[in-house]
Design a protein around this ligand. Sequence first.
Ligand SMILES: Cc1ncc(C[n+]2csc(CCOP(=O)(O)OP(=O)(O)O)c2C)c(N)n1
Length: 278
Amino acid sequence: MAVTQYIHPLDKHLRLERIPTLYCPGCGLGIGLASMLRALDSRIKEGSIDPDKVFWVGGIGCSARMVFYVNYDSAHVIHGRAIPFAIGAVLANPELKAIVVGGDGDIAGIGGNHLLHAARRNVDLIVVMFTNFVYAMTGGQVAPTTPRGVKTTTTPRGNPEYPMNAVKLVTSLNANYVARASITTPHYIEQYFYKALGKKGFRFIEVVSACPEVYGRHIGLRNPVEMYNELKKRVKHKPKASIEEAEIDWDKGIVTGEFVDRDNPSYIEILRGEQSEI
Ligand SMILES: Cc1ncc(C[n+]2csc(CCOP(=O)(O)OP(=O)(O)O)c2C)c(N)n1
């Protein structure tokens, strides 16, 4: 049964009957979701977004599971396929504000191909990718973002692969907005998501998150406070950073900031013939 008595200012954005979440103690996803909801709340209050047009889509994973908890139209779809599902929805109803949430495995791993082509087409949707450096929900397999050398359940001798920098990847395509924030700086998640909500075209925000229970265990930092502090130490906020500086390296540092903010014609504008690039 839907809960109607709200205590916290963000309660109205949540399906309270589904709270508590399945997130582990010390997980960064609650900070990420609350920051996004604060931005959405501001947009709704100022009248620039109609809550009935907001549509969340998530694939599979702890991060994608957010769509269970938000009090909006939402779809929980198969692993890696949140982006194509959202594209179908916005093409059928261009009025929708489609928000895709997912982990680095869901968005950049199994769904990586969709990420490339949605960015290339500048499709009208926001993708928020939570990077916790592993496939968390299934117990910590190697992800495309796992740092080299880290021992995971599928790389017991240490990850031999080079990790993906999704911000650099998406920037090389046609996205209108690309930013990276960290759960240790929630105000930037809120600020970037607020900005993304006001734009058209493809908007990508990478949120670096803390997963003490799974990633922390792999690197010997299972205590949530330690994990949070270690992440905080590594984050270097550079508001005007160039894309060349957009490093994400557990040893060298994680650069956060806005990397792309432009207004190229969006996919829907091009399809409608409102804007022509030809
Ligand atoms: C097609 C398919 N392959 C694999 C799985 C198993 N699976 C469920 S969640 C998950 C990992 C999700 O990791 P990520 O997307 O990084 O999200 P996180 O849990 O870390 O937030 C996997 C591999 C699945 N459900 N469906």
